[in-house]
Design a protein around this ligand. Structure first.
Ligand SMILES: [Zn+2]
Length: 545
């Protein structure tokens, strides 16, 4: 095999020293392989693909932005593996129509443009099947007109056996059918499953796998200050200047710096290999291009196709993923502008935190506990203005200027407005708008939780009761309104907490940046240097351990 792969003898020794996994890149480079567009494959701008070419982990998942060369990578890898590992491979796309287009516009041109491959694929070469030696790559769609029940029974009528299933555009494929393809792997020692897709919403197979994966992020090192950081649109793009900047020193980040990044696993003890590819690591895509896309396209589009992230819009319900993705491991700074939001009643549900995030959620029947928390954390308190107001009013009078009562009121003229009345210590706000705003903060990862996931189970259940209905008002205007279908107290304790943040803080949550001294506590900052120096993160879930 090795002799077949290498044309140039002088590189033979280097090649021998390369591991099997690394040989695919040698093979591509030595054969000057071409893409479907008959352009030589290059890795200068696509350095982030090199490690993925070399990655032969059985279970892989990649959430990715559009047009970054990933399908080409999978096509090449599938042929390489069929030939050199002797694998049968099933390659799926959402529909059979997609398969026909994909094979004619991508697979066939790649075979035609590379004599290596066209020599391999001789015996059988159809749209749905390519034969390589004694092995096959099968191309299949996932959607059919069958009912869910028929699908379960049919097993998609697949008699094929496979060593590797590659699921292209997996988020847009029939999730039941994809799962059924797993049964085709049972006889295989390798039993590989590779998922990749432009994401849609959280909770698809691909995104669930990502959550369980080692979650590789693309890191860069700032040439000026040396700060290691993963590229984050909301931290690395300066919208005023239209450039990429360093999160720490705010100096410009060049295309070369973005190009010369490297993958860092977030978690070390995971079997699933996960990649997240955004347009920020594509050196040919400028910051201004991304800013333009954010302005001109829907949030769903921007997240899915530019940032390579799933997005949950206002027409979707809130699920556990949305909350759990915001959980960070570490300790917040308890000393700055704390706020407690309390949904009152026989049992008081509270949410406590500050602009770094929420660090306590709980429930109590004892008003003294609420007062104790207010005192301990010097917290501003926001309560609801409904029901028995005896105790809230008492606290309001005792802690002057620190206790606010919330009233929901629809403001047709200024629906986004939050109105504060310091005479009555009352705050007026549109219920649906403020719920949406908090959900958006979750979506944008601006609302963090410094709380163990196990302690968030009830909290999440409350959020899950949210759903939307269309409501037409007296003047005939229709709008979407959030409703809840069960215990919702933690939704509202969070709303009151969020209102408190708007009052206590000096800026909006979204524009707020952490004080430097807090950064060491922020695992989302992937603060490698400080972590190595202080070795302070002991949590086994934390990759920096
Ligand atoms: Zn810097």
């Amino acid at each position: 095999m090795k002799k077949q792969l290498i044309n140039s003898k002088k590189r033979f020794r280097d090649f021998l020293e390369a591991s099997w996994e690394e040989q695919i890149l040698w093979w591509i480079k030595d054969n000057e392989m071409k893409t479907e567009k008959d352009i030589s494959m290059e890795f200068k701008d696509r350095r982030f693909l090199e490690d993925i070419f070399n990655d032969w982990s059985p279970i892989q998942t990649c959430r990715k932005a559009s047009q970054i060369g990933f399908s080409t990578l999978e096509i090449i890898k599938s042929f390489f593996a069929a030939r050199n590992k002797g694998w049968n491979i099933i390659y799926t796309l959402p529909t059979f129509g997609d398969v026909m287009q994909f094979v004619s516009s991508k697979v066939n041109p790649i075979i035609a443009n590379n004599s290596q491959l066209s020599n391999w694929v001789k015996e059988k070469d159809t749209t749905f099947l390519k034969q390589i030696d004694k092995r096959f790559v099968y191309y299949r769609g996932t959607f059919s007109k069958k009912t869910q029940k028929e699908k379960m029974q049919s097993g998609v009528g697949i008699m094929l056996t496979s060593d590797l299933n590659i699921h292209d555009e997996s988020d847009r494929s029939d999730q039941t059918i994809i799962e059924q393809y797993e049964s085709r792997l049972e006889a295989s020692q390798y039993g590989g499953k590779w998922y990749f897709s432009n994401p849609t919403v959280p909770g698809t197979l691909t995104q669930k796998l990502w959550d369980k994966s080692d979650q590789k992020h693309w890191f860069i090192k700032c040439p000026r200050c040396g700060k290691l950081q993963w590229l984050d649109y909301y931290k690395n793009v300066c919208k005023e200047k239209g450039i990429y900047i360093c999160q720490k020193c705010k100096k410009e980040i060049t295309d070369d710096t973005r190009r010369n990044g490297f993958w860092v696993r977030k978690y070390r003890d995971k079997e699933i290999s996960g990649y997240w590819i955004s347009h920020m690591m594509a050196p040919w895509i400028s910051a201004s291009k991304l800013i333009e896309s954010e302005k001109n396209s829907t949030k769903q589009y921007f997240y899915n196709f530019n940032l390579g992230l799933p997005y949950i819009g206002s027409d979707v319900t809130v699920d556990a993923e949305l909350i759990l993705k915001n959980v960070v491991y570490g300790e917040p700074n308890f000393k700055v502008n704390n706020v407690i939001g309390v949904d009152t009643g026989l049992r008081m549900h509270y949410t406590l935190g500050n602009k770094q995030g929420i660090f306590k959620v709980g429930v109590t029947t004892d008003w003294d506990e609420i007062e104790f928390l207010m005192k301990k954390y010097e917290a501003l308190a926001v309560f609801d203005g409904l029901g028995d107001l005896t105790k809230p009013r008492k606290l309001r009078d005792k802690y002057r200027g620190r206790v606010w009562l919330t009233y929901f009121k629809r403001d047709k003229d200024q629906p986004d407005a939050v109105k504060w009345d310091p005479d009555k210590m009352a705050v007026y706000v549109d219920r649906t708008k403020i719920i949406q705003r908090v959900i958006d903060e979750f979506v944008d990862s601006n609302m963090k939780f410094y709380v163990e996931p196990e302690e968030l189970l009830d909290y999440i259940d409350h959020w899950k009761t949210l759903y939307q209905i269309e409501e037409t008002d007296t003047i005939g205007v229709t709008r979407k309104v959030w409703e809840t279908s069960g215990e919702n107290h933690h939704i509202f304790s969070t709303i009151y907490f969020y209102l408190g943040l708007l009052k206590a803080g000096r800026a909006k949550v979204m524009n707020w940046s952490r004080p430097a001294e807090d950064l060491a506590h922020d695992p989302t900052a992937f603060n490698i240097q400080e972590m190595i120096e202080k070795n302070q993160f002991q949590n086994s879930k934390d990759w920096r351990k």
